[in-house]
Design a protein around this ligand. Sequence first.
Ligand code: HEC
Length: 456
Amino acid sequence: MSFNFKNCVFGLIAVLPLAISCGPSLPDDGSGVVGGGATGSDFSRETEYSVNLNISFAGITDASALSPNEVLISWGDAMFIDEPASAAGMRYVIFRGLTRQAPLQDIGQIAITGQGMLTFTDDFSDLPATDDLDNTTWYYSVVAIDSDERISNNVQVEIARTPSAYAPGTMSFDDDVLPMFINIKNPTGITDSSNNVQNCLSCHSSSGAAGGMDLSTLEGILAGVGTPSNPDSFIIPFLGDDSYTEFRARFTAGTLFDQGSALSNHLDYLLTPGGDPAVAGDGLEDLALPIRNWAFEGALPTPDSTPPVFEFADVNNAGLYYGKFIDFDTVRLYIPHASDPESIPINGSLAGQIDYVVYAGTISNTIDWDHPVMIKSLTINEAGQDYVSIDFDWVDEAGQLLSNDLVVVVRPMDAAGRSVDIDVLDYDDNDQSQLDLFRLRMRNMSPQEVEMLITH
Ligand code: HEC
């Protein structure tokens, strides 16, 4: 994240990439640590180091997650005032914490770099392996340190948000879907030619696919009553609820006058012998969750565990990744399509393959990473367009415009977590079990933290 809420402590601050203003402090979540208008005698860092006011250093300029457990931080040269050649000999002390104040105190120190280093990759190796590093907002600060162990007096803090740990989806065709078609027996006990109670595969297998529907293989179920190259299946990759609705519709299609219809052939599963509607637990309802969840995750042969990425270097994406107000309080983003080859389904459209998660804050350091402002999945039409367009309202709960300027980050996320049942836009973050579900849902998200500055 590239932003300095700066207080211009001694007016020594060199060129900052995004310096907003000097003087009165900007909102910084109320820590109060970084007060504006500090004078040369104030020293706001709580530290045992003594300060060398002769060091000119602009502090940390960026902290960005590289993965669920790595953060890259960077800064520019520090030097003794009027002695540029001294930059090469400077070392830097890295501080990290879970709150805005923590990296401004000695307890937050994690490393001292070698001379002249301008980046540091935090791999959290100082923390117990059991700690959750992913799905976490980390605060960093850097000071320069000279050969007399005296440090620069600067208090910039940068934030990085690690994505949730990458993990594949949970649904496998062989383990979670296929067994259902074998286990759900005909409720009337009718037997097949080998004298076993009939199951779905008695009629829908590779050797005898009733109505053209082979339920015994992954290829068969995805081709449906069509062909592999021109599929017509009740499974619609990435659309879990629609897939199950489609299944029910096709399972009950036709009329009882037609002996070859799905309805006639499946009647035993739908009505009890007495003619009453079959109740949940008769077996058929057991199909709902596996079908839904497997389709939600893309109906993949093997669940994908690599997150999607934006290919910013691709010429086709040149100029994309920006946003603007299109009216008083609506922001429209123009985003390149993300790519995630591993999660492309065997058949079907890429629509719905990737979710675009939108985070926003009035400034970089106030982005609310636990509460995305928007999650966008693409319709078939949108998937065919050259770029992804996302609209959202930048308003508070009362409908008031939140601010004239905002900072937005979009991260692409694949379908691996989509079967997790939680509304990420509206969950209770005081409830640990919901927080756990949030973490699980947000897996397989790109760490990309490229910011867009949007102004009215
Ligand atoms: C007695 C044989 C029989 C059994 C047992 C049977 N089906 Fe069918 N099923 C059929 C026939 C015949 C059709 C084709 C109807 C048509 O062509 O319109 C069909 C059609 C379907 C379709 C619709 C295919 C499409 O896309 O149009 C689905 C889905 C389906 N069956 C699922 C199942 C499931 C799941 C089970 C087990 C719970 C099952 N069937 C058990 C005979 C059977």
